[in-house]
Structures are given as C-alpha cells and as structure tokens.
Design a binder for this molecule. Structure first.
Ligand SMILES: CC(C)(COP(=O)(O)OP(=O)(O)OC[C@H]1O[C@@H](n2cnc3c(N)ncnc32)[C@H](O)[C@@H]1OP(=O)(O)O)[C@@H](O)C(=O)NCCC(=O)NCCS
Length: 160
C-alpha cells in the first residue's frame, strides 16, 4: 500500500474564500478537498460515477490568509471492494504549515443503477490508463502508451 502523499493541486486564497475573520472559510476548503478527492478517485477507479460516502473527523490545524497559496495532498489508505479510502492534508505552499487534516475520506464507485459497484482495483496507477467505459472509444490514437507495470515511481510523490 503506497504511503506517499501527492500534492498535485494548488489554490490561491481569494477574497471570496474568506470568512468574517478574514481567514480562509472552511466551507471553501472542504469544497476544494471534496472535488480533489472525487477527481483522484475517478481517475483511480476509472468511473466518473464515484461519490463521497464518508469523511472522518476534520482537524482545522491552522488557517490561511488572502493571497496565500495552498496545496492539497491525498494518499490512499485502503482499497475496498466498491470503495477507495483516502486521507488528505492541505498545507501552505510557502510556510509548509499544515492547514487541515482528514484521516478518512471514503469514495464509492457506483454503477448505472446508482448502487455500489465493485471496481476491481487494488493499487494506485500513475498513468491515465483507467478510462471510464463510456470514454474508451474516444481515447486518442496518439495517447501515451499504457505501461504494463502499475506501480512506477510517481514524479510528484512527496513523502510526509
Ligand atoms: C454511496 C451509497 C450508494 C452507498 O450505499 P450503502 O448502502 O452505504 O452501500 P454499502 O453498504 O454497499 O457500502 C458501499 C461501500 O461504502 C463503504 N461504507 C459505507 N458506509 C460507510 C461508512 N459510514 N464509513 C466508511 N465506509 C462506509 C462500505 O464499506 C462499502 O465499501 P466496500 O464495498 O469497499 O467494502 C449511498 O450511501 C449514497 O448514495 N449516498 C450518497 C452519496 C452522495 O451523494 N455523496 C455526495 C455528497 S451528498
């Protein structure tokens, strides 16, 4: 099971993301994390019908101010039958200060009937090789070749 935490996405804290204390509004942060987790799970499970089922205790460790740049990190905690459990950390790009930690975000893969659907995967892919069935026929002929080894080193990996 991979232990590395990948920080792919960054956000610039803008006036519309602030609360009355002029610091980052928790609702904005949770929306960003939820979207980040959904995108990650969709790519890993090759299924765009993937929804957030559960989030564990959320620890707002510190805040951010307008103009700060934050980065969001995710790592796989567990591969289930229909689910993928992630953990998340958000930190300030410049200070490295942790802003929020979430130990468990459970994403569930659904079938066309809206019921949980087994995804069949047990390891992380760093390639774009898990394509939703609906899109398989649109895969470009010149798309990078799909490698056979699933667990190549991730160039973005950053071990916490
Ligand atoms: C997602 C949904 C279809 C799951 O239904 P369900 O009856 O709980 O399904 P299951 O009991 O089969 O559980 C599905 C998976 O979620 C996991 N799960 C369910 N409840 C959980 C919980 N409270 N904590 C952690 N994991 C949980 C199960 O372990 C299972 O994983 P596995 O197959 O890998 O073992 C249903 O709850 C739903 O539609 N929820 C709304 C989701 C949504 O719209 N999210 C967007 C935000 S509102």
């Amino acid at each position: 099971m991979p232990n590395s935490m990948n920080f792919h996405s960054r956000k610039w804290v803008k006036p519309e993301d602030l609360n009355a204390n002029q610091s980052l509004f928790g609702g904005s942060l949770l929306r960003w994390i939820d979207e980040e987790a959904a995108i990650y799970a969709i790519i890993q499970l090759g299924n765009e019908r993937t929804v957030t089922k559960y989030m564990s205790e959320i620890n707002f460790v510190s805040s951010a101010r307008q103009g700060d740049i934050i980065e969001m990190g995710l790592a796989v905690v567990n591969w289930g039958r229909t689910s993928l459990t992630l953990k998340a950390v958000v930190r300030n790009v410049f200070t490295g200060e942790v802003i929020i930690k979430i130990d468990k975000i459970v994403m569930v893969s659904l079938g066309d009937d809206g019921e949980p659907k087994p995804h069949g995967y047990t390891s992380v892919t760093f390639k774009r090789d898990r394509v939703p069935h609906r899109l398989a026929s649109r895969r470009a002929n010149d798309a990078p070749p799909v490698a056979t080894v699933e667990d190549d080193a991730d160039p973005f990996a950053d071990t916490l």
